[in-house]
Design a binder for this molecule. Structure first.
Ligand code: FES
Length: 115
């Protein structure tokens, strides 16, 4: 496991997220009320870029394609793809799958991710 410095903690306000790279790994860094978190960059349904999604309910990322929701802190599926109507046919092939998450620390004001 490698520790990769991403940015200054002050660069990402509470409620914001951004796509970053940690070495070869693409991920999304989030700043929630209780700290920083990181998930894989693409949805597990059919790989939409989560950077184009939005944070809802303070701690969930909603996918921009079919509105799957994941808990940012754990990666767990909160609600699977449900939009537009008919996407359930696709879901027969694309079963629920959690996002991968990565440990994040703030050290001396710098955000560090373990990948
Ligand atoms: S690609 Fe994310 S819900 Fe379909």
């Amino acid at each position: 496991m490698a520790r990769v410095e991403i940015c200054d903690a002050s660069e990402l306000p509470v409620g914001a997220m951004k796509a970053v790279r940690a070495g070869e790994v693409r991920l999304i860094l989030y700043h929630l009320e209780d700290g920083f978190y990181a998930t894989q960059a693409h949805c597990t349904h059919v790989f939409a870029p989560l950077a184009r999604g939005k944070i809802v309910d303070g701690c969930q990322i909603q996918c921009p394609f079919h509105r799957a929701r994941f808990d940012i802190r754990t990666g767990a599926v909160v609600e699977w793809a449900n939009f537009p109507p008919g996407v359930q046919l696709l879901n027969a092939l694309r079963r629920e799958k959690a996002l991968r998450t990565y440990p994040v620390h703030v050290e001396n004001g710098r955000v560090v991710v373990e990948v």
